[in-house]
Design a protein around this ligand. Structure first.
Ligand SMILES: *Cc1c(COP(=O)(O)O)cnc(C)c1O
Length: 374
């Protein structure tokens, strides 16, 4: 389903060895270099490296001090909402657009005014940018900040502008299935020097160096080993993106003709990282439900995922949150399937998987009982 696209071990070791020999194992020169190179790549003023995207989101939200609930889509990874909840803030889920799987800015705007929200958090889903400028506009109209969960989107562009510079901050993940890989790690990108400074302090317990902590921070530092891996991964990023885009292009081509199967719509002016290649299954048109397709593909040895099902508002952790009605989120969660996608995925394998998706409904009609009990 997913495999990390890893730099050669000897390059990572070579890069890490100077820090290792100096006895500098965390938050050292390699972390600094990663921050500088990532800021140059993303074309933003500041990048602060942290231990994970989750801790980066927690610290960036803290720095913005929202004075009300945070509006965010439920169709995202749980960590987006957790980062809000760990700040003691209420989560207010909004709906999504079915075709793009992205935040519905109109629904978000309505909830922002109804709830006197304190901030908006939007995710660039599956590596495709959301309509970031629309989300910025609605937040500006309400006089509140917006932050982007860009975990999937290192290397994505929105109308030729690199993801990373939208909103008050954008936060990337460097965990193994993401685009830029450190093993574990996150990057907070911002043009706000004050916010960058608070995240820097916050990743170090809130301690500026005199052990008189200014606020309740975390240990969210990045180690030198992780920074070395990320620096080598950054060298390979363009090749990695090109391979994923080639596989996604092949998927899209093969899937176009299948009734009831629609790939996530990416605005033609944008580029996705294809962190995931996700399609929506209309059970009536396609002839199988999403769950039946998942089982049939598994029987053929094809591993898939159903991101993001259950959506966050349906997860046990949020059973106590105010009830919300999100019809499109519920429908999308029931219909999505993410097909195998990784840097080393050969286009002919993508074509074979797509061919299986095309053939399975007829095959199951012909062999129904035998296949379903197999
Ligand atoms: C992976 C992911 C995260 C969490 O990233 P970590 O680096 O594992 O903390 C947050 N949001 C989204 C959308 C993700 O996919």
């Amino acid at each position: 389903m997913a495999r990390p696209f890893l730099p050669p071990m000897e390059l990572v070791t070579r890069r890490a060895s100077a820090s290792y020999e100096r006895g500098q194992l965390t938050n050292g020169v390699l972390v600094r270099q990663l921050e500088e190179e990532a800021a140059a790549y993303l074309r933003v003023g500041h990048v602060v490296a942290v231990a994970s995207c989750t801790s980066g989101l927690m610290l960036a939200i803290r720095a913005l001090r929202p004075r009300g609930p945070v509006v965010l889509p439920s169709f995202t990874f749980s960590a987006s909402a957790h980062a809000v909840a760990w700040n003691g803030l209420a989560v207010a889920f909004c709906d999504v657009d079915l075709a793009t799987c992205q935040i519905d800015a109109i629904d978000a705007g309505r909830r922002v005014s109804d709830l006197a929200a304190g901030a908006v958090l939007a995710t660039h889903v599956f590596g495709a940018p959301c309509k970031a400028e629309r989300v910025e506009r609605l937040a500006r109209a309400a006089g509140i900040p917006v932050i982007f969960d860009a975990a999937h989107a290192f290397g994505a562009t929105r109308v030729r502008r690199r993801v990373g510079g939208f909103g008050s901050a954008e936060v990337f993940s460097m965990s193994p299935t993401k685009l830029l890989v450190a093993g574990e790690g996150g990057l907070v990108a911002t043009d706000d020097a004050g916010l960058a400074e608070e995240v820097r302090l916050g990743r170090d317990y809130g301690n500026p160096g005199d052990y008189n902590t200014r606020f309740v921070g975390l240990n969210a530092r990045l180690s030198e080993f992780h920074a070395a891996t990320a620096l080598e991964s950054l060298r390979m990023l363009d090749e990695h993106l090109e391979r994923r885009r080639a596989a996604a292009g092949r998927y899209a081509e093969e899937i176009r003709g299948i009734d009831g199967v629609e790939a996530q719509v990416v605005d033609p002016a944008d580029t996705s990282t294809y962190k995931d290649f996700t399609v929506r299954i209309d059970p009536v048109l396609y002839g199988l439900t999403r769950d039946e397709l998942v089982a049939a593909l598994a029987a053929e040895g094809v591993e898939t995922r159903c991101y993001f099902d259950p959506p966050v508002h349906r997860q046990q952790a949020y059973a106590g949150a105010p009830r919300c009605v999100l019809p499109l989120t519920d429908r999308l969660a029931a219909e999505v399937i993410s097909l195998p996608m990784f840097g080393a995925l050969e286009t002919k394998v993508a074509a074979r998987v797509a061919a299986l998706v095309a053939e399975l409904p007829a095959a199951m009609r012909a062999w129904g009982p035998a296949v379903t009990t197999a």
